[in-house]
Design a protein around this ligand. Sequence first.
Ligand code: SAH
Ligand code: SF4
Ligand code: F3S
Length: 473
Amino acid sequence: MHGRAQGHPGRSYLPSSPRLPQLTVQMTDSATLPTVYIETYGCQMNVSDSELMLGKLAASGYQPVDKPDGADVILVNTCAVRDHAEQRVIGRLGELKRHMNPNTVVGVTGCMAQRLGPQLLEQARHVSLVIGPDGYRALPELLAGARHGQRSVVVEFDSEEHYEDFQPRRTAGVKAWIPVQRGCDYRCTYCIVPYTRGPERSRKLDDVVREVRAVVADGISEVVLLGQTVNSYTDGEHDFADLLRAMGRVDGLRRVRFTSPHPNDFSDRVIAAMAEVPNVCGHVHLPMQSGSSRTLKRMLRRYSREEYLDCVRRMREAMPALSFTTDIIVGFPGETEEDFAETLSAVSEVGFDDAYTFKFSLRDGTPATRLPAELTVPDEVAGERLQRLIHLVRDGARQRNMGIIGRHDEVLVEKVSRRGELLQTRTRDFKTVLVPGDESLIGQYLDVQLTGTTGSTFTGAVIQRRRPLPLAG
Ligand code: SAH
Ligand code: SF4
Ligand code: F3S
């Protein structure tokens, strides 16, 4: 039926069908609505896409449920960034068979769907839909077809698509993910994302502002602006600095964060906007990837060690209290002990509050596959470097965190902590503080004093509750 066509980005594959089945969902009686369960892997962009899909399906007569058991539709929204991420999904797809009833439709969406395309249909016979990140508009029709036995693959990029008319069904509690950009035009040699998410494009500033005003009117006071290189945002008329300044003018919006920026896109204008707009939080996640210029060059990151450190310096000059977190890859092909030592020294020099650290994973189709095989770093070497790096990051964070015990902070209460006795709250500079209190405080701001630290998270004492701000509008 579908042969061995490759799941290359940009290809679309739809089996021909003489009769398109009718959409048979009922809109009136919620007890009879078909149910949909979505499980999400990968980055915040995927989480945000799942919210868009859930919203679209709810508007099309589906009832979202939070367990897969017996759901009429199960969607797995996948990540392809490392091999491990894909292996987890493959395992999970097998497991999900146990939760299916005879009529359940299983779809795979997201980056792994884009990467593998029709191969996924062949490998997993119980999967009927494979839809890449730009194909969600057709979900209701594709699901209706799948419920009548049709199997489809949609992996075409659409460089205009932002799902502007979808109403996301938000799942992030006290904050809201706001996608402002899709795709990526960088071509870091290790990275699959440009091939799974297509070309970079930005939403219109007015559309972003409208969405943010709507979430604030719903009682949410923190937004996270999302894009793969979010600070390269441009809608043709406005850049990221304009976007931040527009966020500063939204009444009732108390906290603005963004992820992930690229060091090369921190223009003076953007740094000035960050420093001058009061609701932009004093934390930046600034992926470094490596501290060695040689390795950075091979990664095609387009900056050297010195340029990265200079970016940090420029930002600290404008915002002395800014806190930094980062992403680092160890064991990239050709990384020597000397290169790795440069990563360690850059980590110490910047003083990151946290770092997401990864062992390099070779992804099919990325430029890194063309590097000579003899450059491969043995797994044990990469594993050992990863451990050293993790220790250095932890030790640095512990020291810095011990140094701020006693500090007074404004925190936003996010949720009841995992152990259930305390509330999990967040400072403006992204530190987690556990404080006593009950559920009724979720979404509120408190003044706390940091009383202790485990090294990574804090305990705090509540000094006073802030008065809720009047809602905008
Ligand atoms: N757009 C973001 C990152 C997207 S992927 C940026 O440019 O920073 C998230 C992180 O996964 C990357 O920052 C990188 O550290 C890591 N990563 C990406 N590809 C990887 C690979 N092939 N192996 C290991 N880690 C990888
Ligand atoms: Fe991947 Fe580089 Fe694009 Fe980030 S900037 S998504 S690491 S290609
Ligand atoms: Fe993964 Fe795709 Fe995000 S590969 S990290 S889900 S952009």
